[in-house]
Design a protein around this ligand. Structure first.
Ligand SMILES: [Zn+2]
Ligand SMILES: [Zn+2]
Length: 96
């Protein structure tokens, strides 16, 4: 799978991927629609959920089954991978 977008694709699609630096063992990958680069992660589901910045409140987002999810802002801080909690998340491609 080719995850890298060329310049033209970035302009129109504005997609970013963030992935765990431990691609082999962990393999966490999440897709964003730029500039919305905030997501929430449910540890029990091992799944990320994109947040809609227009409806985002200070209260954050809850998983219907598991309650409060952790918030990640990939452009604002260095984040430890929510899945393995060992390696850092790396951004693959961001639209302008
Ligand atoms: Zn959950
Ligand atoms: Zn990881």
């Amino acid at each position: 799978m080719d995850l890298y977008l060329d310049a033209e694709q970035q302009k129109t699609r504005r997609i970013a991927f963030v992935h765990c630096e431990d691609e082999d063992k962990c393999g966490f990958l999440f897709e964003f629609t730029y500039p919305n680069c905030t997501f929430y992660f449910c540890k029990e589901h091992k799944k990320g959920y994109g947040a809609d910045l227009n409806t985002l409140t200070g209260a954050g987002m809850d998983c219907e089954q598991h309650g409060k999810m952790e918030r990640y802002d990939i452009l604002q801080e260095d984040n430890v991978c929510p899945s393995c909690e060992k390696d850092m998340l790396a951004i693959i491609s961001v639209g302008r």
